[in-house]
Design a protein around this ligand. Structure first.
Ligand SMILES: NC(=O)c1ccc[n+]([C@@H]2O[C@H](COP(=O)([O-])OP(=O)(O)OC[C@H]3O[C@@H](n4cnc5c(N)ncnc54)[C@H](O)[C@@H]3O)[C@@H](O)[C@H]2O)c1
Length: 279
């Protein structure tokens, strides 16, 4: 089991919701420092000041829009300058807004920024280029596993995270980089995400509010955060985990591998023996 003690952690979107609870739980694991990169300045500073009363200077808020590459890279640099290293990166910031006005921003925050941050983290941590190894944990969603009409663009970004993180966490990366890349999918969880929630077609928004939320009530933020700690400690590189319905974190890697195995057949079957020669 991986020991979180004395680790330097970078988390995005830690001012509110699941990320805020993750920060609290990481402090209980005796990490050395947590840098929270978020746009929610008031909440982020209040949280920083409150937590630092008990955990002296362990939490630092960085006002940063993760979809702005300059701001993201500059925050990385400030943390490196101050702490010397980053051991764990949790790409958690996300929005669920498929409206005409917000969908491009949603893609930038949910997928592009996660990709950029993962590549930057790997550049710092990879053992074959002088780093000490580390962990990148990317937050996906049940929306990446299910097909439905509610949030096609959000689902696309979360599927992108799943596939990107699984592939860049594969053994032939990990054996050289020493960076465990993990994916955690959440089911509905009580958080601020629903205050800026919107869909392409309002019919599905009504259905979500009137039916889905009642049938699948959101889990507590504590369940989501404790699942994340479990995944950091025990997840193998390239693995995928699920946290929903207040249940402990579930390793769903075999299911995801099986599903991609079936999907791959649609392609590989057309090449008969060729894939065996290159694998
Ligand atoms: N809550 C759920 O039901 C649920 C389900 C599946 C997946 N998720 C995922 O969990 C993650 C955390 O979401 P949450 O539910 O805690 O939502 P939340 O809205 O409570 O928290 C998200 C945080 O991200 C920050 N953020 C938003 N845009 C940002 C930006 N451009 N730059 C930096 N920070 C930004 C917000 O200020 C906020 O602090 C997201 O990736 C979300 O997609 C949530």
């Amino acid at each position: 089991m991986f020991d979180l003690k004395n680790k330097v952690v970078l988390i995005t979107g830690g001012s509110q919701g699941i990320g805020a609870k993750v920060i609290e739980f990481l402090l209980k694991e005796n990490v050395k420092h947590i840098a929270n990169l978020d746009v929610a300045e008031k909440a982020g500073i209040a949280q920083q000041n409150e937590l630092n009363k008990k955990y002296t200077n362990k939490v630092k808020f960085y006002k940063c829009d993760v979809s702005n590459e300059e701001q993201l890279m500059s925050a990385y640099q400030m943390i490196l300058d101050e702490q010397g290293y980053i051991d764990i990166v949790i790409n958690n910031a996300g929005i669920a807004n498929d409206s005409k006005e917000k969908y491009k921003k949603e893609i930038e925050i949910n997928f592009l920024a996660v990709t950029t941050s993962t590549l930057k983290a790997m550049e710092i941590m990879r053992k074959d280029e002088g780093g000490n190894g580390g962990i990148v944990l990317n937050i996906s969603s049940a929306a990446a596993l299910c097909q439905d009409e509610l949030l096609p663009i959000y689902a696309g970004t979360k599927s992108g995270i799943l596939q990107f993180s699984n592939c860049i966490g594969m053994p032939r990366y990990y054996s050289r980089t020493g960076v465990r890349v993990l994916t955690l999918c959440y089911g509905g969880t009580e958080s601020h995400i629903f205050s800026d929630f919107d869909t392409i077609d309002k019919t599905f928004l009504n259905h979500f509010n009137e039916v889905i939320v009642k049938v699948f009530p959101p889990q507590k933020v504590e369940s989501a955060a404790s699942a994340l700690i479990e995944v950091l400690k025990n997840g193998e590189s390239g693995s995928t985990w699920m946290s929903a319905n207040n249940k402990p974190a579930l390793d769903i890697t075999p299911t995801v591998k099986k599903a991609y195995g079936i999907l791959s057949e649609a392609y590989t079957s057309l090449y008969a023996d060729s894939f065996e020669k290159v694998s």
